[in-house]
Design a binder for this molecule. Structure first.
Ligand code: ZN
Ligand code: ZN
Length: 362
């Protein structure tokens, strides 16, 4: 049985438990997860006895190549997706689960108007729940995405000069990710020098690194649909006492999180462990985001490591741990690594040195 069939079988059990006859999967990463199909604009219907992909003629060949075991309904030009669904849905299903977190209102309105005899019921997170636990192929793909991102960063760091701009670093990372056989970066790199590093999600600008003391780099690679995501600070010249102090607090916060991570520990508990270090150092209000998130087919996916989360870590989850301290007017330090949760602890998948002395650009 293919891994995709296994995933769909697990999904069927969740759908049944939710009380629906079938699920219409419309979220592209979820379709990819359940089928191995790498195109977009396609929906997947999964019921107890039928799996059917709805797509258009651009993907006929690709679907046959990537998912030969799947039954496909293909629309030609002039046929809408809803008309295509009309060939398979009416008369077969009373209750179809839809993905409420991603289906847009317009599609929902069209479906309910067109298929008035079907009850479309909201569901959230059914496929996402399965996606949280990575199997060995997914883990191998994430490891490759980490490897590519790290090699790319190593080259970008080696060629970096203070007269470069933020955008030039971002472009170099993108170029190197592709040279190392990655598909692309997993998101537009966040490259923020000096005071701009106080913006946790600053885009790379044409600002020269000039005489800024340091630059925050948050980047990742995509490979085989899977991603990596990491953050380091690079320093030009001498490390100031202030940077050394803040970097040390953030690093200790990260280590405190690594220490508590293992199967069964609460997501909120991990956030707490890191946040406490930052609070104790007097920077609590300067750490304004959650501690981390799952990675996989997407850069941000379940679970979320935050104070309001009630669930627990499970072995096989891959999460980021990324505490930060941001001081407007001065800059910010964030350290981000990718971590595999195991039964008794964790494995840190990323290996870029964290120590400041190893992050100095010469
Ligand atoms: Zn990141
Ligand atoms: Zn992240």
């Amino acid at each position: 049985m293919s891994i995709f069939q296994e995933r769909r079988d697990k999904l069927k059990r969740l759908v049944k438990k939710s009380g629906a006859d079938a699920i219409l999967v419309t979220y592209v990463p979820n379709v990819a997860y359940l089928t191995g199909f790498t195109g977009d604009s396609s929906y997947l219907l999964v019921s107890d006895d039928r799996t059917l992909v709805f797509s258009d003629a651009r993907y006929t060949t690709q679907l046959a190549e990537e998912c030969p075991d799947l039954e496909a309904e293909i629309r030609g030009p002039g046929t809408t997706m809803v008309q295509l669904l009309g060939r398979a849905l009416p008369g077969k299903f009373a209750r179809i689960a839809i993905e409420a977190a991603s289906m847009n209102v317009a599609l929902h309105e069209r479906l309910t108007a067109e298929f008035s005899q079907i009850e479309f019921v909201s569901s959230t997170g059914l496929v996402e729940e399965l996606r949280m636990i990575k199997d060995k192929d997914e883990l191998a793909a994430i490891r490759r995405a980490v490897y590519i991102a790290e090699r790319a960063f190593g080259v970008a760091k080696a060629v970096l000069r203070p007269d470069h701009t933020e955008k030039q670093i971002a472009d170099e990372i993108e170029h190197q990710v592709r040279l190392f056989d990655g598909t692309c970066t997993s998101f537009p790199s966040i490259i923020a020098a000096g005071p701009r590093a106080a913006l946790p999600h600053a885009g790379a600008t044409r600002a020269r690194l000039g005489d800024q003391e340091f630059v925050l780099c948050d980047w990742g690679a995509r490979e085989d649909l899977y991603v990596s995501d990491m953050t380091r600070v690079l320093v030009f010249g001498k490390v100031s006492a202030k940077l050394a102090k803040i970097h040390d607090v953030v690093h200790r916060a990260q280590l405190a999180a690594f220490d508590v991570i293992k199967h069964g520990v609460g997501l909120a508990e991990v956030d707490r462990a890191a946040r406490k270090v930052i609070e104790d150092a007097g920077y609590g209000p300067k750490f304004g985001h959650s501690l981390g998130h799952g990675i996989g087919l997407e850069v941000h996916e379940a679970p979320r490591l935050a104070a309001d989360q009630k669930d627990q870590l499970k072995a096989g989850m891959v999460i980021t741990i990324e505490p930060g301290i941001y001081l407007p007017g001065w800059g910010g330090v964030r350290l981000e690594d990718d971590v595999l949760v195991t039964k008794n602890g964790c494995e840190i998948l990323t290996h870029v040195p964290t120590a400041l002395e190893e992050c100095v650009v010469v």
